[in-house]
Design a protein around this ligand. Structure first.
Ligand SMILES: Nc1nc2c(ncn2[C@@H]2O[C@H](COP(=O)(O)OP(=O)(O)OP(=O)(O)O)[C@@H](O)[C@H]2O)c(=O)[nH]1
Ligand SMILES: [Mg+2]
Length: 321
């Protein structure tokens, strides 16, 4: 993936410090109200959809990771990522907020995670209370879908009362868990080009920030490198797949009959086809982030304190939760 980016210049993404600071403040305010945090990530990009500041923002608050859109991700990769998070001491579940898959497991994991806090409260003489949680995640990861799904399944839904000062709204999920009816938005690490590109592929970044034709070309090069057979099958490509994304896109456009006058390929139309088919899973179940390889220290050698091991993806925040 890095080589692909080196060969292609993409503009640096814009940085909106004002918006981010505001979002972070809001998250910090709401954090005080909850026992646990549910961090939503995209199962197709479990590393790129993370917020690099999360551990710092939540300040040791118990957290679990929910890999959403697992219906679009490579199941073997999802399994490996879940194992990776759990090995780092962070509970993790795979979910599909659209169809409501994995939600029971998610709720149970959140209750488990909150138990030490709610039990402490009960022992101190107070009545036992439900655990409180909130959802955090980057744009478009499925926060609202998840809240709606959970709220839809909930028997009691606290309604907003008109005319009353905006109080925090909680959704009762079962008897032991209350969910804050407002997710916290976090930003991804989009100044990193590889990360930014993966976010563009999956639709986490607004489509008018990058040139979509360029994004489609880079996506095709990535898929050709890792999922060539599937690409050939889907678009019925019988020739050797061309090296260049642009030529691949042209070939696909031709196969799909996206032609304008003079037999020229309508690249805009071809771009739309490739992006839509990828994002809806028609190009197969794809995960674009590999689980970081953890090389154990050589026998008899202990890694010095504070030393950072170089891994494919930085995940040093994982162990701190
Ligand atoms: N395939 C699939 N699509 C999903 C899933 N969850 C959400 N989506 C889709 O992803 C898109 C974004 O979902 P939202 O729930 O609006 O995401 P959000 O995190 O609230 O987005 P913002 O409010 O913009 O930050 C929508 O088109 C959803 O239908 C899922 O599990 N699988
Ligand atoms: Mg939303």
């Amino acid at each position: 993936m890095e080589d692909i980016i080196k060969k292609n210049d993409l503009p640096s993404l814009q940085w909106f410090p004002g918006h981010m600071r505001k979002a972070q403040r809001l998250v910090e305010e709401n954090l005080r109200l909850v026992d646990v945090v549910i961090e939503l990530r995209d199962a197709r990009i479990p590393a790129a959809s993370a917020n690099p500041m999360l551990a710092e923002i939540i300040q040791g608050k118990p957290r679990l990771i929910a890999l959403n859109k697992s219906d679009l991700a490579d199941p073997a990769a999802t399994k490996a990522w879940l194992a990776h998070f759990r090995a780092a001491g962070v509970p993790a579940v795979a979910i599909d907020a659209n169809k409501g898959k994995g939600l029971k497991q998610l709720v149970a994991a959140a209750e488990d995670l909150a138990r030490p806090r709610t039990e402490k409260f009960a022992k101190a003489g107070g009545r036992g209370r439900a655990a409180r949680c909130m959802i955090l995640g980057i744009p478009n990861v499925g926060k609202s879908s998840l809240i709606n799904r959970l709220a839809g399944a909930a028997k009691t839904k606290v309604q907003n009362t008109p005319g009353v000062t905006r109080a925090k709204q909680w959704i009762k999920i079962g008897t032991n868990l209350d969910l804050l009816d407002m997710p916290g938005i976090l930003w991804p690490k989009f100044e990193d080009m590889t990360v930014g590109l993966k976010l563009a592929f999956t639709g986490a970044i607004n489509d008018d920030i990058y040139d979509q034709e360029q994004v489609a070309c880079l996506l095709l090069e990535t898929l050709r490198d890792h999922y060539a057979a599937r690409l050939a099958e889907r678009f019925k490509l019988t020739v050797d797949l061309p090296e260049k994304g642009y030529e691949l896109l042209e070939l696909i456009g031709r196969k799909r009959g996206c032609l304008v006058k003079g037999g020229v390929v309508d690249m805009e139309k071809a771009t739309r086809i490739v992006m839509t088919e990828f994002r809806t899973g028609k190009l197969g179940l794809v995960t674009l982030d590999a689980v970081p390889a953890k090389t154990p220290p050589p026998l008899g050698e202990v890694a010095p304190k504070g030393s950072e091991r170089v891994t494919e993806q930085s995940d040093e925040e994982e162990g701190q939760a």
